[in-house]
Design a protein around this ligand. Structure first.
Ligand code: PSU
Ligand code: MN
Length: 298
């Protein structure tokens, strides 16, 4: 049922370290033509740190774990690649269509493929105004039910961060700050909310994961929160966020379009700054995920 790239197939056979990468970032989170360039670079970051990259997506009705460059190009440049969460997967399989996978769908497929860790940009979570809209990302639910490590720069700052943290607590999803006691806020290194647990080395995180599994916590993910090093200017961030949220409301953006709309708003109005930060985040998370994967494989 799954199509593997040749390098992922060999890595699986050798029990080598593999890092899954999500594809919604490529198709819906970054503007063209930078998206393809970044997708290729991120795979190289994983390789350069001793692991095999497995970019996950649905191509022409097949689940792909690891993409050839031509498939990545199609994903990055085609207008009919939708955004797939877990519930969308069977529709694409029956319809023969292509889709980029979110954190939730990527975790699900990674688990099917026996891959324990993946890297993304920022987690989805509880949206601002969720008390009216009920808009909470399926990323939260997937973390509560799929045993995969998710390396991210915290939750996207467009979200209601304290509510997101509360939901992760309710669902008993472990969160560890990488070299930080502050929960990162994607474009910002510190969302303003603290974390209880901090670890400083990839090998410590690998050990934590092994302990989590041996403690029988086999249905939960693990959030590794890796703060961006060169964050966005907080004043610029506050202004873009306010204007972007107003624009989303006035255009009646809802459902799965909210996150791509807000990310695009940032990219269009920050003079390249949101793009710079987003790329830095994805690369740093891919690097850390590879380092953890290498330790897990030992
Ligand atoms: N991180 C990024 N860019 C993105 C995303 C994460 O830097 O586009 C995507 C992930 O795929 C995540 C999704 O799962 O945003 C969340 O969407 P929603 O809020 O609709 O669940
Ligand atoms: Mn949503």
């Amino acid at each position: 049922m799954i199509r593997y790239s040749s390098e992922v197939k060999s890595a699986l056979a050798a029990n080598g370290p593999i890092v899954a990468l999500e594809s919604t970032i490529i198709a819906h989170g970054l503007p063209r033509p930078k998206n393809l360039e970044v997708a290729l670079e991120v795979q190289n970051v994983v390789r350069n740190h001793g692991a095999t990259p497995a970019t996950i997506a649905i191509i022409d009705g097949a689940i792909n774990v690891g993409l050839e460059d031509s498939e990545l190009e199609k994903l990055a440049n085609s207008n009919n690649v939708s955004k797939a969460s877990i519930r969308d997967i069977p529709f694409h399989l029956t319809g023969g269509s292509s889709a980029a996978t979110t954190v939730a769908a990527t975790s699900h497929i990674a688990q099917l493929a026996n891959i324990q860790i993946f890297a993304t940009g920022g987690l989805g979570g509880v949206h601002r105004g969720a008390e009216r809209t009920w808009d909470e990302s399926a990323d939260i639910q997937s973390l509560s039910s799929i045993p995969v490590i998710v390396v991210c720069a915290g939750a996207k700052s467009i979200l209601d961060i304290p509510a997101t943290l509360e939901r992760l607590e309710t669902y008993s999803v472990p969160i560890v700050g990488y070299q930080t006691s502050k929960f990162p806020g994607f474009y910002l290194a510190d969302s303003g909310y603290s974390l209880e647990h901090k670890l400083d080395k990839p090998e410590e995180i690998a050990r934590l994961w092994k302990e989590q599994i041996s403690a029988g916590i086999t249905e939960k993910g693990l959030v590794v929160a890796n703060p961006v090093v060169n964050q966005m200017d907080p004043r610029l961030h506050a202004k873009l966020l306010e204007d972007g949220l107003t624009s989303a409301t006035s255009k009646n953006i809802s459902g799965k379009d909210v996150t791509p709309f807000l990310l695009e708003y940032f990219h269009k109005n920050s003079n390249g700054e949101s793009l710079r930060v987003n790329i830095e985040i994805i690369k740093a998370n891919a690097q850390l995920a590879a380092q953890i994967a290498v330790n897990l494989a030992r």
